[in-house]
Ligand binder design. Structure first.
Ligand code: WT7
Length: 627
């Protein structure tokens, strides 16, 4: 029997065209791929479609209006459910409200809100009228939000009075006020505030309440088709430089990739599965596997506002039992956290509804894989370890349930229609069991279309290391069966609890503080979070006359980084050192600092300008316990 791997191999573009035709096209496409302006690709370019229509209207028209789309669980325990008809009705009103505010196709709308149904409705309403959303994770600080609003030139900001997090109100509107203060974001005309926590917020003439707008909005809205290459969203992610990149995705190709991979990798049976992806919509996983993939496939899904430990570590398992979740998608960091708490955490919860378990964001170590498989999956679920990136838009490498036997810790194979390679420094394919650079060798529908406002950066970052190939930034190896093992980032991007951060970004935040002359940040190994941030700083002698003792200084600098970037970037440790290890040409040798941070023997120091620098850093590290 012919399978999809063979079909895709025989006719790659025909295969993708078939997947795309699974969507509703307002105007069918005749062209599949246009790569004449490589590396800028156009997919299905002469077709037109509407992403919101594909996620909502077409299901209602197909008679699925009564099917539950969202099962919302708020952190305090409140719940709400939306059928596809209800979600469509709300989205139409929200779209009309945005139109009434003068939002036009192509305008950018920033969204800084908790994981609640209104946030998803807002995203679908924005794209319904052809505007472009830029969702900013609620864990980013006001300053980080301001930079993203400015870079995207957003016209509207959608936020909430707050969200519930760890039993408290996480203030969002206040951060928006700070971000917009002093007319620092002149493109913003209005802020729309969703009422969630009822906490006091300042409402100025620039602010509007979401519920008032929705109540006043017209109920009917007809979705029109937009060009396949019409921009859908921008999502900022960290790269190797200090400034986050606005990754741009467009409509037809992205939706094709998100929906195809969602139904294939999770073996979705939309009429009976209950799907739950624990990601926040502030990350790409939330875009592709909470919003666009599941809704385009008419799935029924759970969304949960809070953290896994509130009120106890039983919360997630309680939710799975309550809603009979059958497909569950989370990150290794979470699994390792539960492993540490112990297997009692799941006892008393009936997890027998589970059938597929997904993992994403970082390599899943075999111990975590086995715990996931045995304790959560009761040894009878398929595990899919899915490798992809903000830039790839959808899953690139994963097992497909039932297609072949899975191996704990391997990301396995490129999905049908995706061509990957592993090469050496010179770009030549490498032998099995040798580490190399992971590349994607042919364009794919959901690939990023560029870096917002910076076409050169797109070429330079992704397409220059190995000409003609997309270089992802990860190391990998094939084993002798041809299965892929991801080895992690080879650049200065680090992964903390699955969140992507740039060492350069944290370094530039640190040197903005007047005490700091120089900073070097590394990702140290961490049992739970995979990597943790360790910063080495050199102080400005002229600025520290009245500075506090070193421990307090480190604390102040940690808070400073949180203020500049957000709580996810809080360093685990900040160490004051006299000098940073540098080569004779002045390059900081982070490799040696990683050795120190991990407590390993220090590697080769012969290229250092002054080899005694490392011994004093190491000595200091040994005298200091982690704070
Ligand atoms: C980086 C991309 C993709 C959605 C979430 C993160 C790492 C991602 C895996 C995996 C090993 C993985 C890579 C990649 N990564 N999934 N299954 N195994 N590593 O998206 O924030 O853009 O991060 O996450 O290093 O480059 P992102």
């Amino acid at each position: 029997m012919d399978n999809i791997y063979q079909a895709a191999e025989r006719d790659r573009l025909g295969f993708w065209a078939d997947q795309a035709r699974d969507l509703h096209w307002h105007k069918p496409f005749s062209q599949v791929l246009d790569f004449s302006d490589a590396p800028f690709a156009k997919w299905f370019a002469d077709g037109q479609l509407n992403a919101s229509y594909n996620c909502l209207d077409r299901h209602v028209l197909a008679g699925l209006g009564e099917r539950t789309a969202l099962l919302f669980e708020g952190e305090p325990g409140d719940t709400a459910s939306f059928s596809y008809s209800e979600l469509l009705a709300e989205t139409k009103r929200a779209a009309n409200a945005l139109l009434a505010l003068g939002v036009q196709a192509g305008d950018r709308v920033a969204i800084y809100a908790p994981l609640i149904p209104e946030t998803i409705i807002a995203m679908l309403a924005v794209v319904r009228i052809g505007a472009v959303h830029s969702v900013v994770f609620g864990g980013f600080s006001a300053e980080a939000l301001r930079n993203r609003i400015q870079d995207a030139g957003a016209k509207i900001v959608i936020t909430a009075d707050g969200g519930f997090r760890k039993g408290k109100v996480h203030e969002l509107k206040t951060a928006v006020d700070t971000a917009l203060a002093d007319n620092s974001c002149p493109t913003v005309e209005k802020t729309i505030v969703i009422r969630r926590t009822n906490s006091p917020v300042t409402i100025s003439t620039m602010d509007l309440w979401w519920h008032e707008l929705i109540a006043a909005a017209e109920p009917e809205h007809e979705a029109i088709g937009f060009d396949s290459e019409h921009p859908l969203f921008i999502l900022y992610t960290s790269g190797t430089t200090g400034k986050p990149k606005g990754i741009l995705h467009s409509t037809g190709g992205y939706l094709t990739g998100a929906s195809f991979t969602h139904r294939t990798v999770f073996d979705l049976r939309p009429e009976k599965d209950v799907y739950w992806c624990t990601a926040d919509v502030g990350w790409v996983t939330g875009h592709s596997y909470v919003v666009y993939g599941p809704l385009a496939n008419a799935a029924t899904q759970v969304i949960y506002e809070g953290t896994p430990d509130t009120p106890s570590f039983g919360r997630w398992w309680e939710i799975i039992a309550k809603y009979k979740v059958s497909i569950f998608y989370t990150a290794p960091t979470a699994i390792r956290t539960f492993m540490k708490v112990g297997r009692d955490v799941v006892s008393g919860h009936d997890l027998s509804s589970l059938r597929i378990l997904g993992s994403v964001g970082e390599p899943i170590n075999p111990e975590a894989w086995h715990w996931y498989h045995d304790v959560i999956g009761n040894k009878n679920c398929e595990i899919v370890d899915t490798w992809w990136q903000t830039e790839t838009g959808s899953i690139m490498i994963s097992a497909i349930p039932g297609a072949f036997k899975t191996k704990p810790g391997a990301a396995q194979r490129a999905l049908p229609g995706i061509t990957v390679g592993i090469v050496d420094e010179a770009g030549n394919p490498i032998q099995p069991d040798t580490a190399g650079y992971l590349t994607i060798d042919e364009p794919w529908p959901s690939m990023l279309r560029g870096v917002w406002g910076d076409p050169e950066r797109f070429k330079e970052t992704y397409w220059s290391k190995f000409p003609g190939k997309y270089f992802a930034g990860d190391g990998a190896r094939f084993d002798s069966d041809g299965d892929i093992w991801i080895l992690g980032r080879i650049d200065d991007v680090i992964k903390v609890s699955g969140h992507r951060l740039s060492t350069a970004e944290i370094e530039s935040a640190l040197v903005e503080h007047h005490w700091v002359a120089e900073a070097a940040v590394v990702g140290a190994k961490d049992e739970i979070t995979e990597q943790a941030i360790v910063a080495f700083v050199v102080l400005r002698q002229d600025e520290i006359a009245d500075a506090p003792i070193e421990a307090d200084m480190a604390q102040t600098l940690k808070d400073w980084v949180v203020q500049k970037i957000g709580a996810i970037a809080r360093p685990r440790q900040i160490m004051v050192v006299a000098e940073l290890p540098k080569t004779r040409s002045g390059k900081i040798m982070r490799r040696l600092l990683r050795d120190v941070a991990d407590g390993r023997a220090i590697g080769d120091v012969t290229t250092l300008a002054d080899s005694s620098v490392m011994s004093s850093i190491k000595e200091k590290m040994e005298n200091e316990s982690h704070d």
